[in-house]
Design a protein around this ligand. Sequence first.
Ligand SMILES: NC(=O)N[C@@H](CC(=O)O)C(=O)O
Ligand SMILES: [Zn+2]
Ligand SMILES: [Zn+2]
Length: 343
Amino acid sequence: MKRITLIRPDDWHIHLRDGAALQTTVPHAAHQFARAIVMPNLRPPVTTTGSARAYRERILAAVPAGLAFEPLMTLYLTDNTTAEEIRAARDSGIVHGVKLYPAGATTNSDSGVTDLERVYPALEAMAETGLPLLVHGEVTGPEVDIFDRELRFIEDRLAPLLQRYPGLRVVLEHITTRDAVEFVRAAPESVAATITAHHLLLNRNHMLVGGIRPHHYCLPVLKRETHRQALVEAATSGEPRFFLGTDSAPHAREDKESACGCAGMYTAPSAIELYAEAFDAAGALDRLEDFASRFGPAFYGLPVNGDTITLEQTDWELPTSYPFGDTSVVPLRAGATVHWRRV
Ligand SMILES: NC(=O)N[C@@H](CC(=O)O)C(=O)O
Ligand SMILES: [Zn+2]
Ligand SMILES: [Zn+2]
């Protein structure tokens, strides 16, 4: 039986939600990962260090006894974020990034940035202090096809932004296209990208062929197979600027299985196993540890974790759903087989 031991991984992009949902999301994350970059798109969003500190306490209160889990907090960038707020965040030691959601791009992004010019003072402070900008890289104009929104963001928004702030540290989150891979490769070393397990495993046929599958709908939306292949190639390349970020994004079952379903896949319960499947399929299991456990800490200037996890190639079935507050959440692979398992 194939087995692999890794330095304990971290998740550099997760949605834990809030309130009762934390009782589900935090244990799932903490069983997998030592640390996670926690996205701030709550309602209302986490826009200040004070609210990040309070959210961090609520997360820590949901960590199961006996597990160590460190939430790495982020602020939600708005048109009104000041340079002082950025400096306070940096000085706090608990905030590790600032998230740019173009207004209207994704779940709970209506308080997002309407025009990059409005956040120049905040970006300047980030470039000065080295606090990374974490980017949901999609434009939102109704005239732009949903499959082109990442590329348009890169060319029309991100490239000029990096010209203006060459020192700015940027993580292009949950990349989905060959174009994004090429952009990161050509960009300065201060630019990196996270890649999800679902974008390594699925293409848009998995969402649309044989019936529309709301649990395979996320943003940026799944792309064609050639893009998936480019992502696998990047993730398994050993290049340190591509690292693990699950973008695990739970929504209540009824909000997904709906005439207007929410975007997001819940991958936290079996995230590292799903990555192992993708790396194994590419014949690159020996590259998983760097991607999952070393490159993220290196980018964020943090030490690698001191303990390990072991995975073995065994089939097991994921539950069809998990409790989620007073409702339920359907994970990716619900009721189906996962081919790797933590031991
Ligand atoms: N990825 C998603 O499809 N959804 C995320 C938001 C995001 O990361 O864009 C969510 O918060 O639900
Ligand atoms: Zn996003
Ligand atoms: Zn996300």
